[in-house]
Write a protein that binds this ligand. Structure first.
Ligand code: ADP
Ligand code: MG
Length: 240
């Protein structure tokens, strides 16, 4: 579903990604980990065209990303993205947060969008909060709304960039539980996270990045039990 071939990216003269190649199949749950500044956020943002890249090739569900002719808004509509800081619209109610993209980007009618949005709000356990504003919810609840909002767009894949890093510890699990449920339902996911418990339980693959390159890309058990590189061993020793 996602094919990345020798992707390189520079910020001016600084090379942030070097020859990154990987493939994500339908239903894969790929955890992307590595030290801070290793290029994880940049990598997953290239997948939905949020970050341009200068070399290589990315194909998502048959769509060539980075081709001038590709309509990126269509691609972004089909790939859900959840960020560290929720990024809900603060001036809109939860209901309106859930429907805005469906109406503006997918052209759905208000009623259909509402029905669809509330279905996912229910699924993340927050239906009772539909008339509140983001600021009235806890961080964990806001992040669950952000996930529901992304799901309401019927994405073919979901990208998560450290979705629990900004949360108080007691709220981390409620978000990880929603993500585990999604994974169990077969959603294709790329998840940047330091939550190695989640990776062990839910991922089927792990990508380890360092210095802008993909250093390891292997089955979960192989990564945790037999990391091939010194750098991955160091990283695991520090984080676990
Ligand atoms: P990670 O998510 O693994 O922490 P990032 O992808 O955010 O890493 O960043 C990778 C590297 O690129 C870092 O060294 C960071 O400072 C640099 N970087 C990120 N965004 C920019 C930018 N807009 N301009 C210049 N350098 C950037
Ligand atoms: Mg990051």
């Amino acid at each position: 579903m996602i094919e990345m071939e020798n992707v390189s990216k520079w910020y001016g003269s600084f090379q942030v990604l070097t020859d990154c190649s990987t493939q994500v199949s339908k239903g894969d749950v790929v955890v992307v980990c590595g030290p801070s500044g290793s290029g994880k956020s940049t990598l997953i943002k290239t997948v939905n065209g949020l970050e341009p890249f200068q070399q290589g090739r990315i194909v998502v569900d048959g769509i060539l990303v980075g081709d001038r002719k590709t309509d990126l808004s269509k691609l972004r509509a089909r790939i859900g993205m959840v960020f560290q800081n929720f990024e809900l619209f603060p001036h809109l109610s939860i209901r309106d947060n859930l429907t805005l993209g469906q109406i503006k980007v997918l052209g759905r009618g208000k009623e259909e969008a509402m029905e669809h949005g509330l279905k996912y709000l229910d699924r993340v356990g927050l239906l009772a909060h539909k008339d509140k504003f983001p600021g009235q919810l806890s961080g964990g609840q806001q992040q669950r709304v952000a996930i529901a909002r992304a799901l309401a767009m019927d994405p073919i894949a979901m990208l998560f960039d450290e979705p629990t890093s900004a949360l108080d510890p007691e709220m981390i699990n409620e978000v990880l539980d929603v993500m585990s449920g999604l994974a169990n339902d077969g959603m294709t996911m790329m998840v940047v996270t330091h939550e190695m418990g989640f990776a062990r339980k839910v991922a089927n693959r792990v990508i380890f990045m360092d210095g802008g390159g993909i250093v390891e890309d292997c089955a979960k058990d192989a990564f945790f039990d037999r990391p091939q590189s010194e750098r991955a061993r160091d990283f695991l020793a520090k984080i676990i």
